[in-house]
Design a binder for this molecule. Structure first.
Ligand SMILES: Cc1ncc(COP(=O)(O)O)c(C=O)c1O
Length: 427
């Protein structure tokens, strides 16, 4: 046995000279910028449900079985989600998040479909570029934001059957819907290489008012309800759903993809390729509750209030001289401050108010704001009025000079919590 006590210390050459890293790091290592992490009382920067969380989902998450592993393959949850969308459970792919799904599908498109290129919209969610870069997919063209531009740019480039096409409906940051562009993408691709990001689809505010009213009154029409406003043929795309936004629980991670009809084998291969247990107990509880009819009814019943709050937000901004991008169909919008009165984000943060700068989303100089309850809107109105040397009431009151519609704007009192979900009707 060697005597270790008196052994002279031999210096380890490797410890003295730092070794060159064997790791070949990607060019882009900087983390993406996101909204919603400010923990400020009046956070307009994140696109979570303005009146959320949905009570039944929050309760389910609180009661999640964290003391044991969730089922590995989870056929019961896949069945429930399959029922919600009226698709075969074999098409359901559970995911740790939609962001993780973007990476997984981009990588699969590169490795298994042999694609080398991708197209995605600008402005748009930053994870598209990150996921495609990580998968080695080259970007071939940028789509503009204005309605119709995307479709035109796409048609001008001709059909690209060898590219991955990413599309968001409604889009972020501007909250627009462009069914014509989506149809063009689907037609040109003609097969299953369109990845449709539907993160904000459950909260879309246009679509089918009759279906929304019927749902809110207790009817159950799942397939048509969640697909409202999407063009025929959207089922030919890979669909990425991220319910944590509509549930008002963005801190709970968990999402799913629906494979196109006929791509069940790809979905099964992706399930097998994922690390075990893609969902934690709380994400699983959220998705289980999400798939319940009563949750969809509570969501439908909440949208009228969201629509009002969004309209109030647009009016407050317009009265303060901001220009608001028209045509949005989501609870959030994009707006620009007047050139002579730029938004002072630091001062606003000190007052507890956060907006999302859209520069990192490909739209320089603008701000994205999601509708918020009246108390938050009053805080925003006070800041905007202060910046103009006016009082808050002046921002909230129509003026003759204002280009905004002349409807009187009174910010209502804070509401009662969201309605409790009804008992699920027999199916
Ligand atoms: C358009 C869009 N898609 C996807 C995501 C990611 O969703 P998840 O929270 O499931 O990763 C976001 C999140 O901000 C988003 O804005």
């Amino acid at each position: 046995m060697p005597d270790l006590s008196d052994a002279p210390e031999t210096p380890d050459p490797a410890a003295r000279a730092p070794q060159a890293l064997r790791w070949r790091l990607p060019e882009r290592c900087a983390p993406l910028l996101h909204g919603g992490a400010h923990a400020l009382p009046h956070d307009f920067s994140t696109n979570t449900h303005p009146a959320g969380p949905l009570p039944a989902v929050a309760r389910a998450v609180r009661a999640a079985a964290r003391h044991r592993y969730p089922p590995a393959d989870d056929p019961a949850l896949r069945q429930a989600i399959g029922r919600l969308h009226a698709v075969d459970e074999a098409r359901v792919l559970l995911l740790p998040s939609a962001s993780a799904g973007l990476h997984l599908l981009a990588r699969a498109a590169a490795d298994w479909a042999g694609l080398g290129e991708a197209v995605w919209p600008t402005p748009g969610y930053g994870e598209y570029a990150a996921a495609c870069a990580a998968a080695g997919l080259r970007r071939v063209e940028a789509w503009g934001a204005a309605a119709g531009v995307a479709a035109a740019a796409f048609r001008a480039g001709g059909p690209h059957p060898d590219r991955l096409h990413l599309w968001a409906e409604p889009s972020s940051p501007d909250g627009r819907s462009d069914a014509a562009a989506l149809r063009a993408v689907l037609d040109a691709s003609g097969h299953d290489l369109v990845l449709l990001d539907l993160a904000y689809q459950p909260m879309r505010l246009d679509g089918d008012p009759a279906a929304e009213a019927a749902m809110a009154a207790g009817a159950w029409a799942p397939a048509g309800w969640l697909a409202r406003g999407l063009p025929h043929g959207a089922a030919r795309a890979w669909q990425l759903w991220s319910p944590n936004k509509a549930c008002g629980l963005t801190g709970v991670r968990g999402a799913y993809a629906l494979a196109p009809e006929g791509a069940q084998a790809v979905a099964a291969a992706l399930r097998a390729a994922q690390p075990s247990w893609p969902l934690g107990a709380d994400g699983r509880a959220m998705l289980q509750a999400w798939a319940a009819p009563a949750t969809q009814q509570a969501l439908a019943a909440s949208l009228a209030r969201v629509r009002r709050w969004r309209a109030d937000l647009a009016r407050v901004l317009q009265r303060a001289g901001w220009s608001v991008e028209p045509d949005g169909v989501s609870p959030f919008l994009v707006a620009r401050a007047p050139v002579d009165r730029p938004w002072d984000a630091d001062r606003a943060r000190a007052a507890g108010v956060a907006l999302r700068a859209t520069d990192s989303l490909g739209l320089p100089g603008a701000w994205r704001l999601c509708a918020r309850p009246p108390r938050a809107l009053r805080a925003l109105a006070a800041l905007l009025a202060d910046g103009q040397g006016q009082d808050e009431a002046a921002v909230a009151r129509p003026t003759a000079a204002s280009a905004a519609p002349a409807t009187p704007l009174t910010i209502p009192a804070d509401p009662t919590p969201l309605p409790r979900p009804r008992a699920a009707p027999p199916r």
